[in-house]
Structure formats: structure tokens, C-alpha cells
Design a protein around this ligand. Structure first.
Ligand SMILES: Nc1ncnc2c1ncn2[C@@H]1O[C@H](COP(=O)(O)OP(=O)(O)O)[C@@H](O)[C@H]1O
Ligand SMILES: [Mg+2]
Length: 173
């Protein structure tokens, strides 16, 4: 089946947060968002935006220092998993992360590519890359039904250029 994708460029933290809000507004129980890409790419800021759309205080969203999973209560539960500090496979096995894919709550995984096993296939992947000091490129992709639907809804909402101005989309399929 054909994949869905779209890319946006943001020129400020606020615009990345805004884009996170637009994606967050589409989400419901069982949805999984995998965030990958550069350190400082904006994964945590983007997650704050998604949290805002779920009526969760974005100030409470931080990259966990000692834990790998934080749980928040909003319109839906949000499980924020950050694998940056993952030490070894034993640690992830001990966390039994698969339990978060039961379908209750929305799961956001920063550094999803450090996952030693497989994330469920029906996942929206967002790859965030540093372009320059204030510019980030966010590439969204999906290969299965629910995640593709989320990307379609995001495109309808955001269009191919940001209503807020300085963001532009330069590719879509
Ligand atoms: N357009 C932008 N979008 C998001 N963050 C940006 C942007 N421009 C600069 N930044 C900076 O990049 C850093 C992103 O941090 P963070 O969200 O923690 O990244 P990650 O979680 O991917 O490591 C912050 O210091 C932020 O101020
Ligand atoms: Mg982070």
C-alpha cells in the first residue's frame, strides 16, 4: 500500500509547538507517534504542542531524567516515552513497554529508533532535523490505515503552507 507523507519547515519553537498542537488535535486512544531525528531537533517541544491539544499543561512535559516513561492525564491519557537515556536492552525489557500499546491512551516515543524491538506498524513517524539555528524540518510518514488517516487530517488542517506564515511544506504524497 502507498505510504503517506508530508514535510513542514518551522522557523521558531512556537511554530513547532503549533504544529504539534495540530497533530495532537487529531489523536485519540490507541494512536502512536514515533519521534526520531537529531538531538535538539525539537521532539520535546513538539510533544509539548501535542500535550496542549490534549489539555495537558505543556510545562509538565519534560525529557525524563531518571524514568523513561511519564504518564499524563488529559482528554486522553498520554504516555510520553523518551528512550534517549536507554542504557541497555535489559532496561527496556524491565519496563515492559508493550503494555502501553493496549489501546488506552496516546503513546509518544522520543528516540523511537532506539527501540530494540519493533513498534506497532500503524504508527505516525515524525523525523525532526536541524536545518539551522531556528529552523527545523519535520517529516511525517505513515504506512498503515490509522496513521495515514491522521496524516491526511493534518494536511487538511495545516494545508501545504502554514497559516501562521513562515512555515512551508515542500513535499507531499
Ligand atoms: N524551529 C524550532 N523548533 C523547535 N525547537 C527549536 C527550533 N529552533 C530552535 N529550537 C531549539 O532547539 C531545541 C529543541 O529542543 P528539544 O525539543 O528538547 O529537542 P529534542 O527533544 O529533539 O532533543 C531547543 O533548544 C529549542 O529552543
Ligand atoms: Mg527530547
Amino acid at each position: 500500500m502507498k505510504n503517506s507523507s508530508v514535510k513542514y519547515v518551522t522557523t521558531s519553537v512556537q511554530k513547532t509547538v503549533w504544529l504539534g498542537q495540530q497533530l495532537g488535535a487529531q489523536l485519540r486512544d490507541g494512536d502512536i507517534i514515533a519521534l526520531v531525528g537529531d538531538l535538539g531537533g525539537g521532539k520535546t517541544w513538539f510533544t509539548k504542542g501535542m500535550a496542549m491539544a490534549l489539555e495537558i499543561n505543556p510545562d509538565t512535559i519534560v525529557s525524563p531524567t531518571f524514568t523513561l516513561v511519564n504518564e499524563y492525564d488529559g482528554r486522553y491519557k498520554l504516555f510520553h516515552i523518551d528512550l534517549y537515556r536507554l542504557k541497555d536492552k535489559a532496561e527496556i525489557i524491565a519496563l515492559d513497554l508493550d503494555e502501553y500499546f493496549s489501546g488506552e491512551g496516546i503513546v509518544v516515543v522520543e528516540w523511537a529508533d532506539r527501540w530494540p524491538g519493533e513498534l506497532p506498524g500503524d504508527t505516525v513517524e515524525v523525523a525532526l532535523h536541524i536545518v539551522d539555528e531556528h529552523t527545523r524540518e519535520l517529516g511525517f510518514s505513515a504506512s498503515q490505515a490509522r496513521a495515514k488517516k491522521i496524516i491526511r487530517a493534518l494536511k487538511e488542517k495545516v494545508g501545504y503552507s502554514f497559516s501562521q506564515g513562515a512555515c512551508r511544506a515542500f513535499q507531499s504524497a
